[in-house]
Design a protein around this ligand. Sequence first.
Ligand code: PEP
Ligand code: MG
Length: 935
Amino acid sequence: MGKKEKKSKEKKYVYSFGNGQAEGRADMKELLGGKGANLAEMDLLKLPVPAGFTITTEVCTYYYENNKTYPKELKKQVDEALKKVEKIMGRKFGDKDNPLLVSVRSGARISMPGMMETVLNVGLNDETREGLIKQTKNPRFVYDSQRRLIQMYADVVMEKAAGIEPEEGKSIRQILEKELEKMMHKKGVKHETELSADDLKELIVIYKNKVKEVLGKPFPEDPQEQLWGAIAAVFESWNGKRAVSYRRIEKIPDWWGTAVNVQSMVFGNMGETSATGVAFTRNPATGENVFYGEWLPNAQGEDVVAGIRTPNPINEAGKNEQNKHLPSLEKAMPNVYKELLKIQKKLEKHYKDMLDIEFTIQEGKLYMLQCRVGKRNGPAAVRIALDMLKEKLITKEEAVLKVSPAQLDELLHPIIDPQAEKNAKKIGSGLPAGPGGASGQIVFSSKDAVEWANQGKKVILVREETNPEDIDGMRAAQAILTGRGGMTSHAALVARGWGKCCIVGASNLLIDVEKKQMNCSDGTILKEGEWITLNGSKGIVYLGQLPMIKATEENKDFIKFMKLCDSLRKLKIRTNADTPEDAKKAREFGAEGIGLFRTEHMFYGEGSEKPLFLLRKMIVSKTESERRAALDELFPYVKEDVKGTLKVMDGLPVTFRTLDPPLHEFVPQNPDERKKLAKSLNIDLDEFNRRADSLHENNPMMGHRGVRLGISYPEITEMQVRAIFEATAELIKENKKPFPEIMIPVTCIQTELQHQYELIQRVHKEVCEKFKLKEIPHLIGTMIEIPRAALTADKIAEYAQFFSFGTNDLTQMTFGFSRDDIGSFLPEYLEKKILPYDPFQQIDRDSVGELMRIACEKGRKTRKDIKLGICGEHGGDPNSIEFCHILGLNYVSCSPFRVPIARLAAAQAAVRFDKKNKKEKTKKKAKSYNVHYIV
Ligand code: PEP
Ligand code: MG
């Protein structure tokens, strides 16, 4: 084998970029991470990207699988890539006259803001700094960069990556920060920017001594050692506490790994013509189409996002109460601003999405350091999708895919009741970083937030600023309030990602975390545990607990967006509802019918004492005549209930399910209740107790329930069906358009359904005669919730005009997991990755899904036009809805509040799976066990 051939076989672990000749592309995120892939793409677009290279995520996986070592090819590939960078930049790494400095950053497939580590200014030491000073003639800047490197390197590489866990307040970062403060104090200055070159030079010596003293090792002067130390530290940070905790919450798999980006440094801290900034191509909080961002002159790297200094607005349009006195980039550097504006437009057009970009200006020259699809909240996502459609930037199919079900859910979250808000006491304000309203008791630490929330309390986490260590508390809190930071600060980014109510930079509140209190500008002092309410959409803090209302009705974009979804989806969306009130709510949310009316539910809740008493009487009746007498008494209640719901759903189908639960569930335990019932049946208490106890079953879920009751006591089905037909007949006479569907539960044998079918047909005929109607429109069908029913669906379809998949029971029967007891072992199953998700939440396509597929196929064979739907809880789960679309069901049915999400999920499934070129993929996906819904 020739040398050349051998080389081409070598696995590629390093991808270069720079000079418009990147080896990667935007669609290589799995290998290069989001940051690396987008740097490559920007480079290919000929944007000003400092040259660099990306070490792939595969190296991270290798590192952890091979005892923290690297593939043998890596060193050589890194050396080669570094040479390319040197050539493009005209500098040399480690050269004492003309040194190249690099940044070393993480970059996973999905952005994990602030969860992993970064080291800047790598390559700087006492020797190379002299060369840089000669070149830049800016010793202050060079010394500042060196002291930053020592501080970062000691913290990230020498302490954290080495697994050292210092005592509270004794981390190397804090120790060095104290030295910096001491120096500022000694020199009588307030800001570090006021320290002179000599001060900083002195500080470098102090830093180095401290590092050696505290960590027992000197700070490495060798640039190569610095580089490899930083690379390892980034890989180590993939398994750091913060990153792991974030991955758990965001459900990011551990095996993805992070890439490492090594890029030549550009400096935003070279003086007043240098700067650094972060921006969004549109406002991420509202979606408004205005370039939006923040910048800081003479600053480096993370200064903007760290929330240490309040950043300046990027343009005049972005000015608000908090920052109106600060200069905008638009005014301060108009030419650079114009160039940036052009670039962001070009990027948005290219990516067809709202982007989040990072840039640095070095002595008046603009560099792009990052771009990625920008995180946005629900209302902004909807607005951006609609605006981009209007601007003809995207198609309507693309618009529908731009909003995730979770983001839409945010629009369904509460806002403060406007009436109450008008009269509420305003105690502070800040930047509106996360949508909606929330109220809670204030706590001042992440730990307290978690503990209080575990006690069932609603809390608002109040911090000066947040950092990734606060992640669990932020999650547990109803909302987050910070005193510092901008719209791109940690708190804002994380809250936006979660769609959580959040206000940042509320500088008029004096937050004292130690004393656990907050001083408001009007003199009010709030202590831990006191209630406040946040309007996260406007950035206002109120005293006390204000009432909330739903946001949906107020949002016109929501209605427009939903119409767009409706124009694309194939699935109809129904709801599970058993009361006229629920039916009404669901109709408002866009439900196109009721897919499950559980008749047993009418016996619980407000005003149901009488029908419940009569039902119980029927249950403990011994003879048919006793039972019929009780059923006759019950009849008018059932009819009234049925009629009420049919009326609300006028013109839309309503699926009434006959009685399903095992009867003993209804028998009262209370002796007084029992006495009353005994009396009404003219029997003594002993006899009552005997009858009630005889209903006991060892395994009621598989016992005398569903259709089995209808077979043992046909008079029960008869009464229910008569009530349905009579209510329908009456409504027809009132010129309404009722459409009942009668559904038999727990069927598994054809003859069971035949029995009920014939009974229903007889009652239908009788009611038609009574009301002098030729026909009462209706359908008769069954639930498919037992594997046998699915497997014999062709036979069952002879008596069923429709099937509705009861996936709650079907999952129970398929897995043999009790739906009521799975809680005792499911968490462990998930934790140990025995199961990838809860099968009661998401359809397991390999088993339950396969049974559904068989049932559809067999059902359609017998009855071509059989109507197919689902009414188990999975009907509101986006992944399961996608599966239902693939199977070609007619509808899904879910709880009223899930209806909008189901409308969106159905539209997205239609877009994703109906493209001709995706046919093959569809089949494969439908069968795969591990399909995960990516939003
Ligand atoms: C089901 O089993 O999926 C179903 C909808 O019925 P229930 O939950 O009432 O048993
Ligand atoms: Mg069921």
